[in-house]
Design a protein around this ligand. Structure first.
Ligand SMILES: [Mg+2]
Length: 269
């Protein structure tokens, strides 16, 4: 099943955001900000940033849930009044400090050892980014990214496993994480419950966002009107459209959706 474009569901989305306890949740890279050659080069579009700021003033909760470090996420957006969750739910930026889950931090030494071993097998163009609680191997700039996964993927998987860590995949990235049952889905669900939301929307574009898209469905069976928007792109994994309720066509279209959400919210009060 492929999700319908959000403009074909304006009425339903309007009903969600007009509930007083509505929360907006979003991924960052590839959803609010266009993908760039390196994670450092990624910038949020000014319009998207302004819409988020305006929505944060109107809503009980606006939360960003990213695979980035929480501090990097906060620095890229730089708005007050938002909740910033980093490292796929393993840490949160709170009042200028990053608070991580102790059960994830316990794997720091294992992660450092795995990092050193992975570093030794990386070809030119691949970069291992130490994110504190996790490790990202970016291979967008290797000469043949597909070949990189085929030849190095298994090797990196084995190194991760030897250190009791788990390997995940994303768009042009491999991620080594501690074996902690936390992901964007649990982070999303926990925030919805903690903030006693009655409706919510999650926006995401990559494999790691699937957990949140699935959490939306689980929340619905518990009586909370949570829905997911899958953001399409050239290299979007087909699973995203398959598990999303609605679809947006890239970062520029997400800006349109945010503008619509803001107008609908303002019309309701
Ligand atoms: Mg993304």
């Amino acid at each position: 099943m492929t999700a319908i474009h959000w403009t074909k569901a304006r009425q339903q989305i309007q009903e969600l955001i007009q509930q007083p306890r509505f929360g907006l949740f979003s991924d960052f890279d590839g959803t609010l900000a266009p993908i760039a050659p390196t994670p450092e080069a990624v910038l949020i579009a000014p319009a998207a940033r302004q819409h988020l700021s305006d929505l944060a003033a109107e809503l009980p909760l606006v939360a960003l849930i990213s695979g980035r470090r929480a501090g990097s996420l906060q620095a890229k957006v730089g708005l007050e009044g938002l909740v910033y969750i980093g490292n796929h739910g393993l840490e949160q930026w709170l009042d200028g400090k990053v608070v991580g889950l102790p059960q994830a931090a316990a794997f720091r030494a294992a992660l450092e050892q795995a990092h050193a071993e992975i570093q030794a097998v990386l070809p030119p163009g691949a970069v291992a980014e130490d994110k504190g609680l996790t490790l990202s191997i970016h291979y967008r700039q290797t000469p043949d990214p597909r070949q990189f996964v085929l030849t190095r993927g298994v090797q990196i998987h084995d190194i991760a496993q030897q250190h009791g860590l788990v390997l995940f995949t994303g768009k042009m990235v491999l991620e080594v994480r501690p074996p902690v049952e936390v992901d964007k889905g649990t982070a999303f669900r926990d925030l919805v419950l903690e903030h006693k939301l009655s409706s919510a929307l999650f926006l995401g574009d990559d494999i790691s966002d699937l957990a949140a898209l699935q959490a939306a469905a689980a929340l619905r069976s518990g009586g909370i009107a949570a829905y997911g928007v899958g953001v399409q792109s050239e290299d979007a994994p087909p699973e995203v459209a398959a598990h999303a309720d609605y679809q947006a066509d890239g970062v520029a279209d997400v800006e349109q959706l945010l503008a619509f959400l803001l107008a609908a919210r303002q019309a309701s009060v």
